[in-house]
Design a protein. Structure first.
Length: 110
């Protein structure tokens, strides 16, 4: 995610687009039919809850421009391996959603 002039990248965090398609803005070539835009909030909450309950971490998820984004923040105490780890976590969570795992509020805390 960027703007003009590119001031959004002059800081210690980045917004990374998640590869989850929505019907109004599919990810080209991935074969996904896409989720309803109305489900974006529920999916974002599912990511937050799964991050806390499954991985003991907080994920800042937002929906903007027809896509889900995660904010990753660089801190002095983090190492490269921390970002590699969260990349794997996000990849797995995206695969679970795309694969059909339920994201309704009743399944979040189970």
């Amino acid at each position: 995610m960027t703007n003009y002039p590119p001031t959004l990248t002059a800081c210690a965090f980045a917004n990374v687009r998640l590869p989850i398609a929505f019907r109004n803005n599919p990810v080209e070539g991935d074969g996904q039919k896409g989720f309803e835009v109305e489900d974006a909030r529920k999916i974002g909450i599912w990511f937050n809850e799964r991050g806390v309950h499954d991985f003991d971490t907080y994920l800042q998820i937002g929906f903007h421009g027809g896509h889900l984004w995660v904010r990753l923040s660089g801190q002095v105490y983090l190492e490269k391996s921390d970002f590699e780890w969260i990349g794997g976590v996000l990849e797995g969570l995206c695969a679970r959603i795309i694969g059909g795992e339920k994201f309704d509020m009743g399944s979040v805390l189970s």
